[in-house]
Design a binder for this molecule. Sequence first.
Ligand SMILES: NC(=O)C1=CN([C@@H]2O[C@H](COP(=O)(O)OP(=O)(O)OC[C@H]3O[C@@H](n4cnc5c(N)ncnc54)[C@H](O)[C@@H]3O)[C@@H](O)[C@H]2O)C=CC1
Ligand SMILES: O=C(CO)COP(=O)(O)O
Length: 349
Amino acid sequence: MTDHKVPVTVLGGGSFGTTLANLLASNSVPTTLWLRNEEQASEMREQRENTRYLPGIKLDPQLTVTTDMASALSAAELVFLAIPSGAFRSVLQQIGPGLAGKGLISTTKGIEQPGFLMMSQIVEQEVPEARVAVLSGPNLAREMAAGALTATVVASDDEALSAQVQDVLGCQSLRVYASQDRYGVELGGALKNVYAIISGMAAAMGVGENTKSMLITRALAEMTRFAVHMGANPLTFLGLAGVGDLIVTCTSPMSRNYQVGHALGKGLTLEESIARLGQVAEGVNTLKVLRQKSLEEGVYMPLVAGLHAIIFEQQPLADVIGRLMSAEQKHDVEFSAFMASTPLTKEQK
Ligand SMILES: NC(=O)C1=CN([C@@H]2O[C@H](COP(=O)(O)OP(=O)(O)OC[C@H]3O[C@@H](n4cnc5c(N)ncnc54)[C@H](O)[C@@H]3O)[C@@H](O)[C@H]2O)C=CC1
Ligand SMILES: O=C(CO)COP(=O)(O)O
């Protein structure tokens, strides 16, 4: 780590943007958090707390909180984007050339439709001169904000940018690993939200521990099958941004996607489940987008099809479970052919 830290701005004053900004500021990185709501911003400046999205966590005295985008961006060398996927492109479009040349790191775990675009692909379209990376891993905001130990992945083909992100974010509570599979890392973060909804629903129904384990493992098989079809490296899904994030989101009641699934499993409607949450659960939109894409691409995704049938096609849960359990029994692990065709590098040996 270097002593001199580059100035960083975080866009988005929700739970994750606030968590990241606070962590950066505690790492002695000159940090500005931009959010759109002035009332919330002035409350955060005065009370040193984000009572709406991160209650109970004290903000670092050095963290600057502003709603003025121009001043937030003028000095920043790195910009972390923590805006929900539904608003991601419009926020970039509002900023325009103010982002050119900066290192832009998306932390948003969603997919844009039409186009089936990852957030970093939107960044490339809207800010062609930017340096692009994504950050993803088992990173529940509330736990990170409280200093619980975890790790994450920065993925980019720009190795210097990955090193900068490791430098500003890495600390005693967070390890930052690098990857060059940006697409796979980003896909992992988006896809696991769908399976977290299923896991929350299963927990609400009181299923056994074997069932929970089967669900997570088959979810990993299904998301990896899809990702490989789309061009990602299956090995990425054995890492923190794959199985790591899948486990935490499918097992923790802190996950908002899990909470939506749990509410659905208790009999609430989708609208009621989302309204009760009051925060973003990206998996609901990702489910729609993914179901359509898997049909277009002809990728077998029985869990996605089953959840879609329950939520959006009003099919009875018992019928869906019956179909899942009586489907053809295929392979456990599918990627032996890929592994055989990919010899180990010198470093891996
Ligand atoms: N909360 C978490 O534990 C983690 C969240 N993420 C991802 O971070 C992204 C952001 O999520 P959270 O911060 O958790 O959401 P949140 O629900 O806690 O907050 C959303 C924030 O986005 C703001 N926002 C919405 N539309 C906006 C717009 N048009 N312009 C400016 N701001 C806007 C809201 O005002 C709010 O401050 C999501 O894609 C999520 O998947 C990633 C890792 C962990
Ligand atoms: O991505 C997350 C943890 O890594 C947060 O998941 P939720 O959006 O379901 O809370």
